[in-house]
Design a protein around this ligand. Structure first.
Ligand code: SF4
Ligand code: SF4
Length: 410
């Protein structure tokens, strides 16, 4: 079959396969384009390193994706299942397996055994590519060739390969029809205007009962009987029927329809579409906003309990421990200052934090005071020499003895 929808599906599947296999090899700012690094608990995302303490961004992204999923399903039905779902895509990649199994008697048991070996090879490669989203493929392959790949990675690889092999050799489309939670949920997400693949009952008298649509269906559905939850929207029945009917100079009886064919047309902009669409858009705006205000610097200020506030040559001295983070890809020279205290000095006033590193530095804040005693609110400020970006955190400066002039006594 050269015409129809299937060549387009193949194109999307090849593109998706290339992206999934190739993405871990892409490096941006010296790190994988997309990888969750387990030892450091950092997510590398297209040049940005998201540390564990800012995982709320990932949470917002997940909320956006869930809403997008609901919205897309409401509008275009199971397009995900038929075009993008890795289960469908990999079953199509291993389509040779179904063909060999169907004709094993003619082709012999050797061909049958070879098809299992081929599925196992695909499972091993696919599971390795999934591991590359956690362990850099450069490191993985280097250690594999050098014989130094860790036992846990081997174990994970073996288990994942085994699970995928069982799935692609024995379960295949049964997963979609029985276990897949998305398939179960879709019925509550569909409405009278969702895009579906259906048989047009108003033309049923034109059907030649050739059964081509049933024979081609990977999940064994007779779509002429109506929509079924097991349908994965692969559109193979559309292509088959279109070809058959074209030979008779007619239009195919199966196609894409906005809502079931024959239903009276309703508005595309119905209330549930507007609500889910708006929520998706709002969550996207929020996600973009969170990403825009995100800073690659991190600062935490702790009092230094090993150095109680004290008076040194008529000046009050407090010690703090600064926990610094540089989540960026370049080293940062940071100026440190204390604001809110008249003429306070900070020692050291500058510190270097290497790219992707955390730093713990003790600083002394020295403030003059005519009278002593009590505390005063201050702000510890770090400023990047490179970008000029600032980050501040509140802290309490303690004056030993009497009360500070103009200070906020506690
Ligand atoms: S009914 Fe058609 S679209 Fe649905 S799974 Fe079968 S062939 Fe694919
Ligand atoms: S392929 Fe078309 S004509 Fe043939 S049985 Fe299916 S719906 Fe009828």
């Amino acid at each position: 079959m050269t015409k129809g929808i299937q060549p387009w599906r193949r194109l999307v599947e090849v593109f998706e396969g290339a992206v999934i296999l190739g993405l871990p090899f892409l490096r941006i700012n010296g790190q994988s384009a997309l990888r969750f690094d387990v030892p450091s608990l950092r997510l590398y995302f297209f040049g940005a390193a998201i540390w564990m303490d800012e995982f709320f961004i990932v949470l917002v992204a997940i909320i956006f994706l869930v809403l997008l999923f609901v919205f897309v399903t409401l509008m275009v039905g199971r397009v995900w299942c038929g075009w993008v779902c890795p289960q469908t895509v990999l079953i199509d990649y291993t389509g040779f397996f179904d063909k060999v199994k169907k004709r094993e008697r003619e082709r012999g048991h050797l061909a049958g055994a070879a098809s299992y070996v081929a599925v196992l090879a695909v499972s091993i490669i696919v599971s390795a590519s999934l591991i590359w989203y956690f362990v850099s493929p450069y490191e993985f392959i280097g250690r594999l060739l050098g014989g130094t790949l860790e036992g846990t990675v081997w174990g994970f690889w073996a288990v994942l390969s085994g699970v995928l092999f069982l799935n692609y050799a024995f379960v295949r489309h049964k997963w979609c029809a029985t276990v897949c939670p998305y398939a179960k949920l879709q019925s509550v997400m569909f409405d009278h205007k969702t895009l579906v693949i259906a048989f047009d009952p108003s033309r049923k008298q034109e059907c030649m009962n050739c059964m081509a649509c049933v024979k081609t269906c990977p999940v064994g559905i007779d779509i002429r009987k109506g929509l079924e939850a097991a349908c994965i929207n692969c559109a193979k029945c559309i292509d088959e029927c279109t070809n058959i009917m074209r030979s008779r100079g007619k239009k195919g009886l199966i196609g894409y329809f906005w809502g079931l064919p024959g239903e009276t047309a309703k508005r595309m902009l119905r209330t549930n579409a507007l609500v889910t669409g708006s929520l998706t858009a709002v969550s996207l705006v929020f996600l973009v906003y969170m990403a825009a205000i995100r800073t690659t610097l991190g600062l935490d200020v702790l009092p230094d309990y090993n150095f109680p506030p004290r008076l040194v040559q008529h000046e009050a001295v407090n010690s703090f421990v600064l926990l610094l983070e540089n989540r960026g890809s370049e080293d940062e020279e940071l100026d440190i200052s204390a604001e809110g205290l008249n003429g306070a000095k900070v020692r050291p006033g500058r510190v270097l934090v290497k790219a992707g590193q955390e730093g713990r530095v003790q600083v002394y804040v020295i403030a003059g005071a005519k009278a002593m005693g009590g505390t005063k609110n201050m702000e510890m400020v770090i400023r990047s020499e490179r970008t000029g970006k600032k980050l501040e955190q509140k802290a309490k400066f303690i004056y030993p003895g009497g009360g500070p002039e103009g200070g906020e006594g506690s």
